[in-house]
Design a protein around this ligand. Structure first.
Ligand code: FCB
Length: 446
């Protein structure tokens, strides 16, 4: 028997997002999104690809739900494509778009899988981008209106809502570094977008609660890259604690404390349109916080960012440091005084997978997951109110600017045939879920 049991009812799942898996970009009146546009820019996507077909999940969702059932998933986190619901971003609702998510939710519920729905995972309708996108304050209201349309349509069956996925990426990768849609390189626009995304979260929260019922729960998913001290020395600890943590200070801090740090205000340098009352709204209580965490940074007081621990690196070049996941869970536990449930809404790894003997023996991913499950388990032991763990991702998919050259799935996808093959990590997750405990990989009999 394993000595690492999770609490009863712990919610094991996997996560995906609309643009990364759905395909069917031009079907059933779906509007364009900024990712359709961005993929056309020269050199925007490493392999010149786009999400127009992706995993063809739009047509294969029944098979994909059957796969999830086979893996024993308790929950599934997916996102809704705003331009399927509102092709122009606002105004007329597209019934065919709503119908797709209706069918998906029903299929999940029939399979006994709880839907966790993200309203915005980066595919802003192009029509709204033409009106300023996230750089205008109006975007917060557009988002809230869209959220209430969706919650009115699905809220009788979906109880768990995530407003935004990783607004840090939307704002800074999208508007400052030009690495994500809409592909701008303008620090001031990025600062505006960042604050407006927080406003969108705040108004979205209100709209979802108003359109939902007593069981409705709503939160936000943020990305974290925790700072760890290079050694146990006081000076390294202090250096790690005091390092500018842009992801945390840009989003978690205003949400949890109702204020930006002075460093964050300096960084936004008067560009963001912050008005009286905004921060009080942004600090409204969330029913949960979603954590996306893949890696961590080690800081030495004398030498800055260091790799003294000689970490393993994934195909993304991300250092494998499960202790970072533990650290952010405990930090959020303290920051919320244990009053806000936490979910890991994304964690996983891209490695070079090979199909051999019709199987994918992805031992490195299995080891990665095992180590991160153990870190989550330890945080629960130490008091963190962690309710669930969603592995990124259910299947290999369109990894944004890396196209189809990164492989995060626990299910392999052959893009030429759309054949799905459960990887060893998928079977490992299945066994972990069945045991509700961190177990050792069996290595055989999968
Ligand atoms: C996160 C995104 C997700 C996926 C993973 C690898 O930043 O939310 O869509 O790209 O990284």
């Amino acid at each position: 028997m394993s000595t690492h049991p999770f609490p009863p009812g712990f919610l094991w799942g996997t996560a995906t997002s609309s643009y990364q898996i759905e395909g069917a970009a031009n079907e059933d009146n779906r509007g364009r999104s900024i990712w359709d546009d961005f993929c056309r820019y020269k050199d925007a996507i490493t392999d010149g690809s786009d999400g127009s077909v992706a995993c063809d999940h739009y047509h294969r969702y029944r098979d994909d739900v059957a796969l999830m059932k086979q893996l024993g998933l308790k929950a599934y986190r997916f996102s809704i494509a705003w331009p399927r619901i509102l092709p122009e971003g606002r105004g007329a609702v597209n019934p065919k778009g709503v119908a797709f998510y209706d069918r998906l939710v029903d299929a999940l519920l029939t399979a006994g899988i709880r839907p966790f729905v993200t309203l915005y995972h980066w595919d802003l309708p192009s029509a709204l981008n033409a009106q300023g996108g996230w750089t205008t304050r109006d975007s917060a209201g557009w988002f809230a209106d869209y959220a209430s349309v969706v919650v009115r349509a699905l809220g009788d069956r979906v109880k768990d809502w995530i407003t935004l996925n990783e607004p840090w990426c939307s704002a800074y990768l999208g508007y400052e570094f030009g690495m994500h849609a809409p592909g701008y390189q303008d620090k001031a626009l990025a600062a505006r977008a960042a604050h407006n995304l927080l406003l969108a979260h705040a108004l979205g929260l209100q709209a979802i609660r108003a359109a939902g019922d007593a069981e409705t729960r709503v939160g936000i998913t943020l990305n974290f890259e925790p700072r760890l001290p290079a050694t146990d020395s006081d000076e390294d600890r202090q250096a790690a604690e005091q390092d500018f943590d842009w992801q945390y200070e840009g989003f978690a801090e205003p949400i949890l404390t109702g204020a930006y740090s002075q460093r964050m205000l300096d960084r936004m340098a008067g560009a963001a349109d912050i008005r009286a009352g905004d921060l009080a709204m942004i600090a409204a209580r969330n029913d949960f916080i979603g954590i996306n965490c893949y890696t961590a940074t080690r800081i030495s007081a004398k030498r800055g960012v260091v790799y003294d621990d000689d970490p393993e690196f994934t195909r993304m070049g991300w250092a494998v440091r499960p202790e970072g996941l533990y650290a952010i869970l405990m930090k959020l536990h303290r920051a919320t005084r244990g009053r806000t449930p936490l979910y890991i809404t994304e964690n996983g790894a891209s490695f070079d997978d090979q199909i051999t003997d019709g199987r994918v023996h992805d031992e490195r991913r299995v080891a990665y997951l095992r180590a991160h499950f153990a870190a989550a388990h330890r945080a629960i032991q130490d008091g963190a109110d962690l309710r669930g763990f969603f592995v990124w991702s259910l299947m290999d998919n369109f990894e944004w600017s890396f196209g189809y050259q990164q492989f995060f799935g626990i299910v392999h996808v052959d893009y030429a045939t759309q054949k799905r093959t459960i990887k060893d990590s998928g079977y490992y997750l299945r066994d972990v879920i069945a045991a509700n405990a961190v177990i050792e990989p069996s290595g055989s009999a999968m």
